[in-house]
Ligand binder design. Sequence first.
Ligand code: COA
Length: 331
Amino acid sequence: MTAAVLTGLGTALPARLVTNEELSTRLDTTDEWIRTRTGIGQRFWSSGESTGDLAAAAGERALAAARVSEVDMVVLATTTPDHPCPATAPEVASRLGLGHAAAFDIAAVCSGFVYALAIASAAISAGLTGRALVIGAETYSTILDPEDRSTSVIFGDGAGAVVLEPGEAGAPGSFAGFDLGSDGAGRELIQVPGGGSRERTGADGAEGRYFTMRGKAVFKEAVTRMAGSASKLLASVGWAKDSVDLLVGHQANTRILHALADHLGVPRESVVVDLDRVGNTSAASIPLALARAAAEHRLRPGDRVLLSAFGGGLTWGSTALVWPELPIGTH
Ligand code: COA
């Protein structure tokens, strides 16, 4: 059977570094609170770069890493598109010189990258497409309430992209399976209330244009949903928990990542932490974390890698792969 195989990875971050100390000068917070409650040490915020700009930069690096100049499909996971309409992916495809590739956005908030991987993999397995470029890119700094200390300290901007190519099921880099889920009853836990058809606002200064989050409730949901999804995935692909070398969870909070490892029964040492460097970059967090782990030689060819994400919607998803020999194009 044809399977999607990962052949290249690239990332991009905006130039502006925002430290905890900088945020502490204008918000009622401290570096100590942010580090101990979240694990975040710094983040990067756009100073003009759009989501599409970051997506194109990461996409270009992933294509170069995979030595590929043509793809048939571009899937962009984002909650912060360049415009409400049209999708950002077609412009990114055009900027990357990808001709008339099918291109569309996916809105699954912080689970978006795993959702996008699943869709592109299924399209490759079904023969609907050849090569695909899957991107997670965000500029949350554009939707954060600058006065809200509970969200401003958490989110960062960035992008990560992978090239998927048709290959053999079971080969290194092929995805062993996917588990995806949602629960819309929890939609108000993570929300931008305005700007859609329910509340047609969104102009500068309008109520409801900022991102809101009920942190405590989200924390619990994140742990139980990712643990449930990852366990289901491991059972369906036949991987024992103690065979997982690296756990790359959505980078929301180090305490969430450790609780996830404890629930799953995998050692905390297998957890990849990247939020100390970039904060929570939503759909970009998993590819950025993979690139960091590979750059630091924590992720080596042959390693068994478990990916698990959770986000607004509520949504969640998990997948697993044996890490391939992979060139990486980083920022
Ligand atoms: N600096 C200082 N104090 C802060 C703060 C900040 N940046 N943000 C919140 N606080 C305060 C709160 O106002 C509250 O004060 P109070 O006790 O006087 O009311 C106190 O800290 C505790 O707030 P709480 O929300 O209960 O803290 P917490 O331990 O749950 O940590 C989060 C808050 C947001 C870090 C945590 O809930 C979390 O990580 N949630 C999940 C986030 C997430 O996963 N998001 C993405 C999902 S895709």
